[in-house]
Design a protein around this ligand. Sequence first.
Ligand code: BG6
Length: 481
Amino acid sequence: MIDPKVPSINLRPSDYVIIGGTGDLALRKIFPALFWRYLDGQITSDYRMAAAARREMSRADFAAMLRPFCEDAFGTGGASEDDWNGFLDLLSVITLDVSSGEGGDHLAAFISERSDPARPTIFYLAIAPSLFGDATRLLKANGLVTPQARLVVEKPLGHDGTSSRAINAELAEIFDESQIYRIDHYLGKETVQNLMALRFANVIFESLWNNNHIDHVQITVAETVGVDGRAGYYDRYGAIRDMVQNHLLQLVCLVAMEPPSFFDADQVRDEKLRVLRAIRPLTAADIQCGQYQEYTQELGEASDTETFVAMKLAIDNWRWAGVPFYIRTGKKLARRASEIVITFKQRPHDIFERNGGGAIDSPPNRLIIRLQPSEGLRLQLISKEPGPGGMRLFPSELNLSFDDTFESRLPDAYERLLMDTARGNQTLFMRRDEVFAAWDIIDPVMALIADRTPHLYRSGTMGPADELLGTDGRIWVDPHD
Ligand code: BG6
């Protein structure tokens, strides 16, 4: 067993201001993540946190509202009431109306009370993007846009390339790109980062990682949930904008990118950008959309929004020419599982064929990277069945389960990302040009499917995309439990 707890690198006590501090994102993700970091001793008593919200609220009321979202920390994390009270001591609640600017002076007063003026101040905009302009102007008007200030924003950063450029231009009027942290929470997932370790800290895979050896790549992000409670948002976005434009394209980038010279924010992002720019424009035949049968009933009206999509991507460069990347994601599928499957080419020649080994029908080698749940790696190989009586072969698996290898829990993506904002490390955040390049791929896709009606699929299946691979003589490798 390995205990992955390591000393904090380059962290200095910081102030976190969550604007929209009583909203869903803040309660479900941001504050619980900060509490876990506090429990692990990474957030120390010299940090400060503020929940800034329009509604006036006492700290006790805020704490009562937040508590149910932190129950995990009390259960598996073993948090005590003392821990909770210690965490709350670092927390302030500030009344702030971003639209009218009212309360900006309270926020400025909170910031000015810090012990060290050079400490980082992280402003997390957990509010609708339509309020980003007001929020950044409010920060500026109150003298809070200092060199130590960092701004965290999250998708949806626009509905298409044009609106994304408008939102980002608004941010850029006030903050420098080096101060802006655009969250794609998939990049904060442990296994997603491990993908970079797997590729660039080992030689054995990297030497095979190209079109000489790889037949094709599949990326599946399957969810069992529907659009419960978010139908209003979801129906305007759909699976392509909600998941592919960001999470799935980022995964494609990490699988396909060239090794950067250093694990440095700009070098990593330069390489990812090159991948995005090398993706060939899709044709209608490369896209398969679906909608789960109950969707319109849940929504209460007719809709052609896709709740499932599969796409075939081609990456036009020397490494990947001729290697299709099939990606799919959807709601209400058979299981919640995200996997990357690298299928290697078949053996060029089979020496066992005539010995009755049956190897000729055996599956190719596959590397399966399970992102969630039950994070781990599996390498599918062909082995000899033990015992005398000829050379019988069977598919076997080398299985590296991170659950079994590491002693402590794998932290939630937000924990890692929040601490990176305090560290000033932008490696796992999207740069503006990456976001635009992703929209440049997605905008034409949306135009191609504009007049299509998605295929209906039954909940609990893996969606209607068999044909996309079938025409290439391939099949999906479905995640199993
Ligand atoms: C979000 C999407 O970005 O990611 C949701 O808006 C989706 O629709 C979610 O459910 C999936 O995240 P995770 O971490 O549960 O895989």
